[in-house]
Ligand binder design. Structure first.
Ligand SMILES: *[C@@H]1O[C@H](CO)[C@@H](O)[C@H](O)[C@H]1NC(C)=O
Ligand SMILES: *[C@@H]1O[C@H](CO)[C@@H](O)[C@H](O)[C@H]1NC(C)=O
Length: 636
């Protein structure tokens, strides 16, 4: 019996070794063949076997591939892959490589699959919508002002004099592998292109917005984008420092929302039901830091509701519902560790619906504030669709939605019927503000004129600081870029938009109708997205399909209707299988998601021909042999 057993184990061992020797070939064949969605699923089969050997060989293999693709510096590969690959290994061990979760992961990681058709789910509501509702009338009283800023991305290691034209995703820091090299462009005091925001500029901004407005909203991303280096200690310290700075602004309160950079590794917020990992440390940190701004009850919600809270703004009838939308974010890899589909990870939709119901019961009006707008290529279609149900249920009391994340000045429209998108079915609209960080655009914030009865937006004025202004580094000044009512309202004729009417969903739908008919009007919007003086190649349209798709995206708060397709690679212009050109949104992904492994591995399909696969094979072979020798194995 014993002899038989040891023979059995010897045979088993031999089989495993043979499998693992072939594994190197399987992995490389699958990687070099990964050009379609089906091939991406096929790639996950050997990667799952590799993941079963443990996080270490899996991560080492991905580091080798990252360096071989050569999109980012080796230290960025080390850091980004070192942090994020263990989550992928956990995912692959947990899921069927051919299932729906794997399809979503192929979309997120490589851009090789399109998102599957949305899974049917009805968000439960406590009560049906009321049969009638009389909205107060806007335009009777003088508006008050609210500042909206976002994506401040503060770099506490920003160093004046450091290289501003480096090879990393974020410059103006002293990097170890740059030491002693001559400086081609030295970082100045208040911020530079390619760099995140220095503390000096944060203080200048906070002084600026600390006066002349009733309150401010900040829609997240306070941590810098050197994401391959951030860790829990640094993010916690960044959260604490900025929140005490916010709390110290004289007079003016800031209502914040949580961004995808407020975790480490970046973007990665584990689901509350996952077997591994937790982001509770983030929620604890923001809860503590926000308490002076939002009070104890809302801070307690932020702690127990994954960073979401709601608060009645003192002295008003306006409830702000601040949501953590990172659980709807494609690049949050923790969402792919189960074959089951979870309609409402961490109960964010449930929380939103409960707070909206409370507002409806109390006769209040509501603003939704959050970091990631749920209408982009990087939103999970399922959650965007379910959130759209929430918006449609409570549309009568929602006066506006406010987001950041895209680093662009944009808007979005929600409809009651996406098959008939017109001014009558337009029910809610989103205001998306560009970033404070000067990394790719001039720092920008919006000042809203808010109607004191309806809390609707009567005008949005966009202010910018010009980093090329000679005085910028001594005393940065903010100048009015444009007024939305003037710029877009004047486009509406026949009939014109009444002065007493808010800039609501119907207004914005009519603006998109002008964009459809008048390419010059559309180009005004395109030019404002990144602001004057900035590189617009990411958003520029050179053909009519792009023009059409961009308008469709504006009309796509329910993301499945936003005419966006996932693509591998960072190329801006792509062609689909029928040769039709369409816009790729992946380039912008580098800004929002940072140089994470999704950013790097989107490059794989396009770069695989320039990789020396024989050299890669030798390295991976050694990694797998070492893992075998150590008898490594992992479960979950
Ligand atoms: C965990 O998530 C579920 C939904 O998936 C939600 O109902 C529940 O409230 C969440 N719990 C916490 C503590 O976030
Ligand atoms: C390409 O054309 C075929 C046949 O007309 C069509 O079924 C398919 O959906 C098209 N693909 C895309 C991406 O539009």
């Amino acid at each position: 019996m014993r002899a038989f057993q040891s023979l059995y184990f010897a045979v088993l061992l031999a089989v495993v070794s043979v499998t693992n020797a072939a594994l190197v070939d399987d992995i490389i064949d699958a990687i070099t063949g990964a050009a379609t969605c089906a091939a991406c699923h096929t790639l996950f089969v050997p990667l799952k076997v590799l993941a079963a050997l443990g996080d270490k060989p899996f991560t080492s293999t991905f580091k080798v591939i990252c360096k071989a693709i050569n999109v980012v510096d080796d230290d960025v590969c080390e850091g980004a892959v070192g942090q994020q690959a263990p989550v992928l290994a956990h995912n692959l061990r947990s899921i069927n490589p051919l299932g729906q979760t794997a399809t979503k992961l192929c979309d997120s990681l490589l851009g090789l699959c399109q998102q599957p058709k949305v899974n049917a789910y009805n968000v439960p509501f406590a009560k049906p919508a009321p049969a009638s509702y009389t909205k107060p009338q806007a335009g009777k009283k003088a508006p008050f002002q609210v500042v909206h800023f976002s994506d401040i991305h503060i770099d506490r290691q920003y160093t004046v004099g450091a290289e501003a034209e480096c090879t990393k995703p974020v410059c103006c820091r002293n990097y170890a592998d740059q030491a002693g090299k001559p400086i081609s462009k030295a970082a100045k005091a208040m911020g530079m292109r390619n760099c995140d925001t220095p503390t000096t500029f944060v203080h200048s901004l906070l002084n600026q917005i600390g006066t002349n407005n009733k309150f401010s909203i900040f829609t997240g991303d306070l941590v810098e984008a050197a994401v391959w280096l951030v860790n829990e200690a640094e993010v916690t310290s960044d959260i604490n420092t900025f929140n005490s700075e916010l709390a110290s602004i004289p007079k003016v309160k800031v209502y914040p929302a949580l961004g995808n950079h407020e975790s480490a590794p970046v973007n990665l917020f584990p689901r509350n039901g996952t077997k591994k990992g937790s982001a509770q440390w983030v929620f604890d940190a923001v809860s503590k830091g926000w308490e002076p701004l939002i009070g104890q009850a809302a801070a307690q919600q932020a702690k127990t509701k994954s960073g979401s809270y709601s608060i009645l703004v003192p002295g008003t009838n306006l409830r702000i519902v601040s949501l953590n939308t990172v659980y709807w974010y494609k690049t949050n890899f923790w969402l792919y560790d189960d074959n089951n589909q979870f309609p409402d990870p961490n109960g964010i939709l449930e929380f939103a619906a409960s707070q909206l119901q409370a507002a409806e019961d109390a006769g209040q009006r509501v603003w939704i504030i959050a970091h990631m707008p749920p209408n982009r290529y990087d939103t999970l279609h399922d959650q965007s669709h379910y959130f759209d149900q929430v918006i449609n249920r409570y549309k009568h009391i929602i006066s506006g939605q406010f987001y950041g994340h895209s680093h662009q000045d944009q808007f979005g429209i929600a409809y009651s019927d996406y098959n008939n998108r017109n001014a009558n079915t337009a029910v809610s609209n989103a205001w998306i503000v560009s970033a404070i960080t000067p990394r790719s655009n001039n720092p920008t914030f919006k000042v809203y004129d808010v109607d004191p009865d309806t809390y609707e937006i009567m005008d949005a004025k966009v202010y910018r600081a010009d980093i090329d202004d000679p005085n910028f580094h001594t005393s940065p000044s903010w100048t009015l870029g444009y007024s939305a009512r003037q710029t877009y309202g004047s486009m509406l004729t026949n009939p014109s938009w009444p002065a007493a009417s808010p800039l609501d969903a119907k207004f914005w739908h009519r603006v998109t109708e002008v964009f459809e008919k008048d390419r010059r009007a559309f180009d005004i919007y395109q030019g404002l997205r990144k602001g004057p003086g900035n590189s617009v190649e990411e958003v520029a349209c050179t053909d009519d399909d792009c023009w059409k798709d961009t308008i469709c995206e504006l009309r796509g708060m329910n993301a499945q209707y936003a005419c966006r397709r996932s693509t591998p690679g960072l190329n801006i212009r792509r062609r689909d299988e029928n040769g039709t050109e369409y816009l790729s949104r992946v380039h912008a992904n580098a800004e929002c998601a940072g140089a994470g492994i999704s950013h790097v591995f989107h490059e794989l399909p396009g770069r695989k021909d320039s990789v020396d696969w024989d050299a890669v094979r030798v390295e991976i072979d050694a990694i797998i042999k070492e893992a075998e020798a150590e008898g490594a194995a992992a479960t979950n």
